[in-house]
Ligand binder design. Structure first.
Ligand SMILES: Cc1cc2nc3c(=O)[nH]c(=O)nc-3n(C[C@H](O)[C@H](O)[C@H](O)COP(=O)(O)O)c2cc1C
Length: 207
């Protein structure tokens, strides 16, 4: 099922008086998928699972953020490194390149909570790309401790963006050996939450 932002649907449907026109509008809406960018950071694939759900619903381009120098596999080592990067304000160089950011009107940004704040690679992304004037839609998975200060950091790094309400859900907890948690029944539960959230921020399902 494809979802489109409600504002767009209202504009196009109000101009339609015939069935033919409505069919044309449906096509126009589907073409609008090209203006969505979904960019996410993941380590144990929980945020990736949510990114895929959003992508399936709204379409557009899907990009995973990867680093020039990947983080260590070892959990304690990555925790120490992220802590240090947050302390010093270090922005790790990204391997991911997004060709023409100007072509996107809406940018979904997905990230796990790390160190109760926005992970350094997402800070790198927001610092390297000019998203001013765009609609930015955050989504997050975490180990059960919530969004922390992630949204405040996004607001700082994206001052001229229209930031919509974030989606947040419990993912894994690597510290306790729980890696991918968004699978099987939990996946269905999260998917229902994602679709309800999309509707709450103005997306409607196309029938
Ligand atoms: C370096 C690191 C730091 C983390 N810090 C937090 C935290 O502060 N609060 C929290 O709730 N979960 C924390 N987590 C857990 C992740 O947010 C959670 O497992 C998330 O679902 C991982 O998403 P992913 O599978 O897409 O990588 C941390 C995980 C890592 C690897």
């Amino acid at each position: 099922m494809t979802y489109v932002r409600f504002a767009l649907l209202v504009t196009t449907l109000s101009a339609s008086s015939t069935l033919y026109a409505q069919e044309q509008d449906k096509e126009n809406n589907l073409q609008s998928d090209d203006t969505n960018l979904i960019v996410y950071l993941t380590r144990t694939n929980n945020t990736k699972a949510v990114a895929s759900m959003i992508h399936e619903a709204v379409g557009g381009e899907l990009f995973e953020l990867t680093l020039e120098t990947p983080y260590p596999e070892d959990y304690d080592a990555i925790v120490a490194q992220v802590d240090e990067e947050n302390e010093t304000g270090y922005l790790p160089p990204l391997e991911t390149t997004i060709g023409n950011i100007a072509q996107y009107d809406t940018v979904f940004i997905g990230f796990p909570t790390w160190d109760m704040t926005l992970p350094p690679p997402m800070k790198s992304f927001l610092s390297e790309h000019d998203l001013s004037g765009k609609t930015v839609i955050p989504f997050n998975t975490n180990g059960g401790y919530g969004l922390g200060s992630t949204l405040e950091v996004i607001e700082e790094l994206c001052a001229d963006c229209q930031i919509l309400e974030a989606f947040e859900t419990r993912g894994g907890l690597e510290r306790d050996g729980i890696l991918l948690a968004i699978e099987n029944e939990r996946k269905e539960e999260v998917e229902a939450g994602v679709l309800a959230w999309l509707e709450s921020i103005g997306y409607s399902a196309l029938r």
